[in-house]
Ligand binder design. Structure first.
Ligand code: PEP
Length: 242
């Protein structure tokens, strides 16, 4: 299983160091792959203090390489520190109005710089209630991946927006259906090779529910927000076998 943590806008450099001092020991025997995405100022400290078992990634980056883009960080600048990036997270889509077109440009630049990309997709509560989940997922995938060929560095994370940060979990069948649908869309875009694309589930994943989530077909791992901030709870998830 691939277990990714998104720290969002949390933790200082000292807190990052303290986290890894505890976390490294707790996950020394895990067979799962682990990724942690801190915010930009903590990425160098995470790289320094995380054990070699843990991949480090960014939560976003801009599609231009350099220039007059105040406040932005490029993949060229990030590449000395990490080789994973989350793109299209629902915070970016819904709090900062990010479009699929912008995400598409970012994915192209990220792959050009050899980053592993976790493309996040998912419907809002309103879209779910209007039974538009598949429509939203298919639009987000086809528009974000326009002009992109199969790449083994591309992951997809299904994160229903109505579950993220709420403590609620999506029903097992909702996760099963969304992941099957995403797999079929990826196969339409990339052919049979898409069977190997990792599809992660994200939305209030905790030590108590991760085993059940791991057992769902087409779930290749999880993307964890809140529960990744505590070394003990995140280690419990990272140590859970399928
Ligand atoms: C996330 O922000 O990607 C996420 C899944 O958050 P949480 O686990 O807190 O719902």
């Amino acid at each position: 299983m691939f277990v990714a943590g998104n720290w969002k806008m949390n933790k200082t450099v000292k807190e990052t160091k303290d986290f890894f001092n505890e976390f490294n020991k707790l996950v020394s025997k895990t067979k799962n792959e682990i990724l942690i995405c801190p915010s930009f100022p903590c990425i160098p400290a995470a790289k320094q203090f995380a054990s070699k078992k843990v991949f480090i990634g960014a939560q976003d980056a801009f599609f231009e390489e350099k220039g007059e883009f105040t406040g932005k960080v490029s993949f060229l600048q990030l590449k000395d520190f990490c080789d994973f990036v989350l793109l299209g997270h629902s915070d970016q889509r819904h709090k900062f109005s990010e479009s699929n077109q912008s995400i598409n440009k970012k994915i192209k630049t990220a792959l050009k710089f050899n980053f592993n990309v976790i493309l996040c997709v998912g419907e809002t509560l309103e879209e779910k209630e209007e039974e538009k989940t598949n429509l939203v997922l298919s639009e987000q995938l086809s528009d974000s991946l326009k002009g992109i060929f199969f790449n083994s560095k591309l992951f997809v994370a299904y994160e229903p927006v109505w579950v993220i940060g709420t403590g609620k979990t999506a029903k097992q069948n909702d996760v099963f259906e969304a992941h099957s649908f995403i797999r079929s869309q990826l196969t339409e875009l990339f052919g049979e090779k898409a069977n190997s694309t990792k599809i992660l589930y994200g939305g209030s994943v905790k030590p108590e529910n991760c085993k059940e989530i791991f057992s769902i077909k087409n779930v290749d791992g999880v993307l964890v927000g809140g529960a990744s901030l505590n070394p003990k709870t995140f280690a419990q998830i990272a140590n859970t076998a399928k």
